[in-house]
Design a protein around this ligand. Structure first.
Ligand code: OAD
Length: 233
């Protein structure tokens, strides 16, 4: 079988904005209404775990009502032409629900929880039972926490994300302010000469060789598909 080129796509909160999920740093974004160090940091969790559980309970309630948008679905369509790998900073499951086959979550997954102490065990929450609290335990009585990479914590998946990025034949960035490291550093691992696209209505500063598509995810991905598959359809 013909080997398809490897298309690696790094997504951020803007990918899910058109699904009704708030971004973090836009006007009205989550970090305007919440103190990130209170609700999403290791210190915040140690200080007030109840508040952190509540913050993620609320995010889960929002997520179960949301649906993948045309942008998520466009990335699935690209699997016809490319070997597609999605590296997402998003903790939602909209890439998976759209049908993307290979999704790596850099910052964890909202629909999962894990034991607080090693050996870490990860559990998927069941619909209808999506709330957790500092009292939540697994069947062996071990306390659980959101399966989220808090600020001040290591990002265990970054090594795998770097490996994928180094193998990319085409690299695409969608809907991220490129403000949070190490996710933002992935761009530096793209091999020289590999085409890079960046879809974002308010793009951050990027090197001059990057092809910037200044559009929202749905429209921008439609344009990307057009540009990448010209002559292939
Ligand atoms: P940000 O909120 O920092 O950036 C969102 C980006 O999405 C901005 O560049 C917007 O211009 C863009 N955007 C807005 N609407 C869009 C649309 N319709 N289509 C495409 N793009 C759109 O979110 P991230 O860069 O993802 O981490 O933030 C990175 C990390 O910071 C998050 O994973 C989260 C946060 O703190 C944790 O909580 C661990």
């Amino acid at each position: 079988m013909e080997n398809k080129p490897k298309l690696v796509i790094s997504t951020g909160a803007g990918m899910s904005a058109e699904s009704g999920i708030n971004t973090f740093r836009d006007n009205g974004g989550l970090w305007e209404n919440y103190d990130v160090m209170e609700v999403a940091s290791a210190e915040g969790f140690a200080r007030n775990p109840g508040l952190v559980h509540k913050f993620y309970n609320d995010r889960r309630k929002e997520l179960v009502k949301a649906h993948p948008n045309l942008g998520h679905m466009g990335l699935v369509e690209l699997e016809k032409y490319f070997d597609v790998y999605v590296i997402t900073q998003n903790v939602d499951d909209l890439h998976e629900r759209a049908g993307s086959k290979n999704v790596l979550h850099l910052h964890g997954e909202l629909m999962k929880v894990r034991t607080i102490n090693p050996p870490y065990k990860v559990y998927r929450l069941e619909e209808g039972n999506l709330e957790t609290s500092p009292e939540s335990t697994d069947s062996e009585g071990r306390h659980l926490r959101p399966h989220i990479v808090f600020f001040q914590e290591a990002v265990p998946e970054i090594e795998n994300a770097i490996k994928l990025t180094e193998q990319a034949d085409i690299f695409v960035v969608i809907g991220t302010s490129l403000a949070v490291y190490p996710a933002a550093s992935l761009l530096h691992y793209v091999r020289p000469g590999v085409p890079i696209y960046y879809i974002d209505p308010h793009p951050a500063a990027v090197p001059s060789g990057v092809r910037v598509i200044k559009k929202g995810a749905s429209e921008g991905v439609a344009q990307l598909i057009d540009e990448l598959t010209r002559g292939k359809k």
